[in-house]
Design a protein around this ligand. Sequence first.
Ligand SMILES: [Fe+2]
Length: 279
Amino acid sequence: MSSHPDNKPEIFRQMPADGLNVLQITDCHLYADPSRCLLGINTLETFDQILEQALREAGRPDLIMATGDLVHDASDSGYKRLLGRFKLTEIPTYCLPGNHDQPGKMTQLLNQDNVHCIPSVQSKGWSLVFLDSTIPGSDGGRIDKKQMALLKQLLEQHPDKHTLISMHHHPLPVGSRWMDTMVLEQPQAFFDLLQKHPQVKGILCGHIHQNFETTYQGLKILGSPSTCVQFTAGEDDFAIDPAPPGYRWLSLQADGEVVSGLNALPEIPSGLDLASMGY
Ligand SMILES: [Fe+2]
């Protein structure tokens, strides 16, 4: 599926060939009904377009990470359709839940063949940790006692591996009042634990439907655009950004550096409902 290198966009000429190469797709918001739209966008269509474009542009990543809100209505058929798409790639794929997912059902339906709903994987000198930041019945996020214990255990188990932690919710405010009502609750214990383990290099999240990149306590914090609708950065109230669906690639280097970039569909899908007040 890869194209000739000369045809690749500039962003991919910058992507190092070595390291552990990861494709992140997030906030796909698929439905049971494949024709259903979210804010005017057919989420299955844009998901398919993103996956096809990402694999064409980036070549074959070592693995795919899907960071939550994978199925908007948490339907069996939505998860089964997603599983079918991931299976076709034959690329190891790691899924974690968002506030729109049902973690138990997701694990039951997605965790098979090349698709995994597991807490971590180690590859090429890196340990990737996948946390469940969801709170049943809430759109907010937290790392509960069970997830904290799991994280502590994994960090103690792999002190010599560079570590990237992925979860759905943003661990820090992104400067958007409505979105930041859902930021990770009581993050102090979480960040305190990370500070005790210098192998942790970064945190990757979904949920915010926009690019976010900062450094906090020596950690690279990355948030990413959705495969469907984007939210406008810095807005106090819900606002849709007239930006196309996107994805993130990461190249995790042997020296612990997290190299990363974004790409997007060439056009905004027709039908995007910019006037919507919420979803
Ligand atoms: Fe979300």
